[in-house]
Design a protein. Structure first.
Length: 327
């Protein structure tokens, strides 16, 4: 009996999927003929498709709830070296004594407040005075989506005031990495995500200046390092620090369990990182919900490369060299 695949994707074409699987003798899953597929691959909003939940598979591109070990902001200090973090404090609103944080605002520092279970920039607030922090946590926080604020835990992180700029805009790097069988594989090309407007060290409530998210007017479809003017020496510094960061992360990893009924699993995560104007690498967060990396996948074989590693190991076949770097 042939191996079968069930793929629900927002950006992969049927032609591309068949081009990968047909030469290997795999066929598309047909629920009328088979009970479960060999492989389930989901991206974008398809990960929420409840019609898929009934299937138990040999391998799936979704890790179980253990993924929160990586994506919960309050666990980040435990898996990332201190030099790659900005000073960070954790606030539990159930035990919150706001006065403790007054001293943080005495040296002209600016802070960014983020919900531990936040996503898509929801609930993020830049505060540069103690009164702003106090008012936000006592009043404005109630306006945020209940599912995001339900945990009542927040991260207060020092804001980077000297960011490296790209086309005069603040930006962060979206760094894709794969977790599979207690191993980490780093994809060494990073998506550049900019703010909409040119950077200035003021007007902190203006998200068009200080929020680097994909939006109308932001610089799009650029990749580090190939679309930048960084020198080879500068690129090497960034890449060496990136490898060091992920090697340390791997040393702190736990075994990631699959969802019940799935025999094997892997997942691609996205770490958001910034560079300072002196090329210091700083991690912001790790995302389990990465959307669909279409920009990267148009230029590189991100889809094929991940499957070559996973299926190559599970089915013991040789696969071509690819862009992922084993850590």
């Amino acid at each position: 009996m042939s191996n079968t695949y069930l793929i629900k994707s927002q950006y992969l074409s049927t032609e591309r999927i068949e081009k990968y699987f047909t030469p290997k003798g795999w066929v598309k899953f047909d629920g009328r003929k088979q009970e479960n597929p060999t492989l389930i691959y989901l991206d974008g909003m398809s990960i929420y498709d409840k019609s898929i939940y009934k299937y138990h598979t040999f391998v799936k591109n979704q890790i179980g709830d253990d993924k929160n070990f990586l994506s919960d902001k309050d666990n980040l200090p435990n898996i990332i070296q201190k030099k790659y973090q900005m000073p960070t404090y954790f606030i539990n609103l159930k035990k919150f004594h706001v006065g403790v944080y007054r001293k943080l605002f005495i040296k002209n520092k600016v802070w960014i407040l983020k919900p531990v279970r936040g996503r898509e920039g929801i609930g993020i607030k830049i505060v540069n005075t103690f009164e702003e922090l106090k008012n936000y946590l006592s009043k404005d926080v109630k306006k945020i989506n209940l599912n995001i604020r339900r945990k009542n835990e927040w991260v207060l992180q020092e804001y980077i005031l000297n960011p490296m700029l790209f086309q005069e805009r603040k930006f962060h790097l979206r760094v894709y990495f794969m977790v599979f069988q207690e191993n980490i594989y780093l994809f060494p090309h990073y998506l550049i995500i900019t703010a909409k407007n040119k950077y200035k060290k003021e007007d902190f409530d203006n998200k068009d200046i200080h929020d680097s998210h994909y939006s109308e007017g932001s610089v799009r479809n650029k990749i580090f390092p190939e679309d930048t003017s960084f020198s080879k020496k500068e690129v090497d510094i960034v890449q060496q620090n990136m490898l060091q960061l992920f090697k340390f992360m791997k040393s702190k990893m736990i075994k990631m369990r699959c969802y019940e009924g799935d025999q094997n699993c892997y997942e691609i995560f996205a770490a958001d990182m910034m560079l300072t104007d002196s090329l210091k690498l700083k991690i912001l967060e790790i995302n389990a919900r990465i959307g669909w990396p279409a920009t990267m996948d148009k230029k590189y074989n991100l889809f094929e490369d991940q499957l070559n590693i996973v299926l190559g190991k599970l089915f013991s076949f040789n696969f071509k060299e690819n862009d992922f770097i084993p850590i």
